[in-house]
Design a binder for this molecule. Sequence first.
Ligand SMILES: Cc1cc2nc3c(=O)[nH]c(=O)nc-3n(C[C@H](O)[C@H](O)[C@H](O)COP(=O)(O)O)c2cc1C
Length: 480
Amino acid sequence: MAQTSSITIRRLDGRLKKELRIRAAKHGRSMEDEVRTILRAAADIEQADAAAAIQRIAEPGGDVEPEAPPRRRAKELTVRPTRVLLIIGGGIAAYKSLDLIRRLQDGGMRVRAILTDAAQHFVTPLAAGALCGERAHTDLFDPQSEFDVGHIRLARDADLVVVAPATADLIARMAGGHADDLAAAALLATDRPILIAPAMNPRMWAAKATQRNLAQLVADGVRIVGPNSGAMAERGEAGIGRMAEPVEIVAAVAAMTHGAGPLAGKRVLVTSGPTSEPIDPVRVIANRSSGKQGHAIAAAAAAAGADVVLVSGPVNLPDPPSLSVVRVETAQQMLAAVEKALPVDVAIFAAAVADWRPRRVSESKIKKQPGGAPVLDLVENPDILSTIAHRSSDRPRLVIGFAAETDRVVANAKAKLAKKGCDWILANDVSPGTGIMGGDTNTVHLVTASGVESWPPQSKDDVARALVERIAAALEEAKQ
Ligand SMILES: Cc1cc2nc3c(=O)[nH]c(=O)nc-3n(C[C@H](O)[C@H](O)[C@H](O)COP(=O)(O)O)c2cc1C
């Protein structure tokens, strides 16, 4: 470490060396000890690199006290953020936050906005709400909001909280643990990672109080992006204090996300929806699968950090965020797309693949014939689940099938597990009375070699999350 310190000192330019000497003298340390303290603080708070930390701390007025050891490391994301709570503070840069909403959405995130009272002098809740697709929140004592969302739920129903612009005042209130408005209360109530994008006049930024508050926030695990240096909104003013550009804030969110989640580094394949087997140019053999369960599983796997390929038959659903979608029509196309996606760690076959297809597809529309209805000559489609489960090369570590049954659900699923050679089967009763086909809820039984687990009725999203948790646990167990 002593060697690292002296190398770092040798590389510093004259101004920084002088700042360091003054700083070391002030704290009664040698220059090496001072660098060591700064490096330790920089490593702990995971700021970019030690030299940058020294540079920042040595900025005039930027005398962040390093000897107070960080009490908490920056909070890590455990899932890829798909729900962002954006808190807009009262600064000129608030107008850029409207662009930020769009850019976060482009990255597949759902954004909810809180505007402080001061922010509403710069942008309107109407504009923020219109962009978010739901009303923006402004008032801690709003009875409607407290009834349906509430400040605690606003804080908790997010994967990440972004404060942009973070005003000097809001930074001070965060550092002091205030909860005197909706923004401050949500920030105090959240246990999610927080990213702030400060924006203020350079003198406000350099003020000892602001730097003290920032040091406190860094010690509390808050991440900071920017501010940048440049011209201020006030004529003739320039310096450090411009809010980071929306693209930089999105990049900071992405950097926080990298490698997050229990399935980070894993590649997961999911099939979803029905297949559609053509009879002639206008008629098909289809089924009632909506794709809701398969799509929910793909989204949950992506949210858990997996690199997901979703092979989907024709569905009326939007593509889930942050994954690749391959669209197919027929079972043969689905098998080809699945094989192309290999190798994967986990394959989940939730698509309702047609068992049969017409042997020949008529090139022109089949006309009504006086002799009566035509007879459809069917051939069997490839069994995608069994084909992949029986592969000798590139077999996924975990192959999971679905069994859509209308009677003897568990018994049929057990038989299917043995016959198809897969590792797990999720069996569900798709009889018309259950409302499962096309509905939003599901009741499944997880059938594995070690037994049957019946899960309670729950939303398809919850089934997806529970399945992803089980998969992550199984992969972790297999490692040990
Ligand atoms: C025109 C104008 C621009 C302002 N710009 C900023 C700014 O960029 N950054 C800042 O910290 N405060 C700025 N302020 C002061 C804040 O609006 C004020 O401190 C307010 O109390 C912040 O409230 P909030 O943190 O709840 O949003 C500005 C005030 C005015 C009148």
